[in-house]
Design a binder for this molecule. Structure first.
Ligand SMILES: Nc1ncnc2c1ncn2[C@@H]1O[C@H](COP(=O)(O)OP(=O)(O)OP(=O)(O)O)[C@@H](O)[C@H]1O
Ligand SMILES: [Mg+2]
Length: 364
């Protein structure tokens, strides 16, 4: 095609420009000195819902514009791009003929006097980009919150174990020494009671520390941590629990191990709280670089759609968030009277780190 500069006649140039005007995917709006729209290309007709005839000299640009903002601040109508705003590009809140509002990236240029018009504005719908940005921001914030929570749990767990736990242990040792000394029967009885109470308190502190963040998760990995969780779960709730492990056995990135451990913990606790069952089954499999975990009970089940819409608790929502952050997914299957299965899948790379993650939102 001939280049713009060496085009022959004025007619050729004009039809070339008209073709660009027609075929541009960005919306072009031409405005006269009074601010009325005097020309639009087909993309603008589609974007704002007004036809060229409806607009032509009859609709003011303010009927299309709900406000503008530069990258640094909102601009008022008094600083309208036609009057004051001295930047070539800005964001416009566009309103369509049917009243739908959306953000658009805008650039404008003043036209020369002889053109008969005053301004040309080029608009591009940014709704999708804004939605993607919002989702990304949400992912980043969720990730920060989850990490901060895990760090805090780790710290409190360590403090409990090393601080209160050690102090209680020293008291128990001290009381054993006291027990060797001569004392009357009443005192010995009191001492025995105190010893029992202190041993129980130490057990509680240890179990609290493990519940907060089991050191086995960092030291030994996912499967041993889940195995010892299951043991404690059986003792606490009296529910028989079975763990089956298939495929590769390896360590995963800390984020993957933490997410799967927390999902398992939440799903089993839900089964104990709501399922009215005496058995829970956990299966972990690692084949073809994807780790899968299923937590299944044959209890009372629930209406998943209703519960997810009502959003009564954070547990099921949190499971999904954790898996999604790692490029994985959680499916919840439940049938009233037949039970519930929580099914998690996370695709992994060779090192056991998640395969599909946004590097900007992920921390190993
Ligand atoms: N295994 C299950 N069997 C029966 N009902 C379940 C089961 N798991 C979840 N539910 C139902 O789904 C609801 C939502 O569970 P979710 O874990 O999201 O919240 P929660 O346990 O109520 O509160 P949170 O987890 O925030 O402490 C529960 O209140 C319960 O009615
Ligand atoms: Mg729950």
């Amino acid at each position: 095609m001939a280049s713009f500069t060496n085009m022959g006649s004025a007619r050729e140039t004009s039809s070339f420009l008209e073709s660009i005007f027609k075929h541009m995917t960005d919306a072009i709006i031409v405005i006269d000195k009074q601010g009325f729209v005097v020309g639009v290309n087909p993309a603008a007709e589609t974007l704002i819902g007004w036809s060229a005839e409806e607009l032509s000299g009859k609709v003011h640009v303010c009927a299309v514009c709900k406000g503008i903002a530069t990258c640094s601040e909102e601009a008022t109508c008094a600083e309208c791009f036609r009057e004051k705003l001295n930047v070539p590009s800005f964001e416009m809140r566009v309103i369509t003929k049917s009243g739908h509002e959306f953000p658009a990236a805008a650039s404008s240029a003043r036209l020369p006097e002889e053109s008969g018009a005053d301004f040309v504005v080029i608009l591009r719908d940014m709704s999708e980009q804004h939605r993607i940005e919002r989702e990304r921001f949400h992912r980043v914030m969720t990730n920060y919150v989850i990490q901060a929570q895990e760090e805090e749990r780790k710290r409190v767990s360590r403090d409990l174990h090393d601080g209160v736990g050690q102090a209680l242990y020293s008291i128990i040792v001290g009381m054993k020494v006291l027990d060797q000394l001569p004392m009357d029967e009443v005192m010995r009885h009191h001492l025995a009671e105190l010893q029992q109470m202190t041993v129980r308190a130490l057990e509680e502190v240890r179990s609290l520390a493990v519940d907060l963040r089991p050191s086995a998760l960092d030291d030994l990995g996912l499967v041993p941590a889940i195995r010892s969780f299951i043991k404690r779960f059986e003792q606490t709730f009296g529910i028989e629990s079975y763990l089956e492990v298939e495929g590769k056995q390896r360590r995963y990135s800390s984020a993957v191990e933490t997410a799967l451990y927390r999902i398992c913990q939440e799903a089993m606790t839900n089964a104990a709280k709501y399922a009215d069952t005496d058995q829970v089954f956990v299966r972990i499999s690692d084949y073809n670089n994807r780790i899968e975990m299923k937590i299944e009970d044959h209890g009372c089940g629930f209406d998943t759609e209703q519960i997810l819409i009502q959003g009564t608790g954070l547990g099921l929502y949190g499971m999904k968030e954790r898996a999604n952050l790692l490029g994985g997914d959680v499916k919840i299957h439940s049938t009233i009277g037949r039970g519930t299965t929580i099914h998690v899948v996370i695709p992994l790379d060779e090192e056991g780190a998640p395969l599909y993650v946004d590097p900007g939102t992920y921390c190993r």
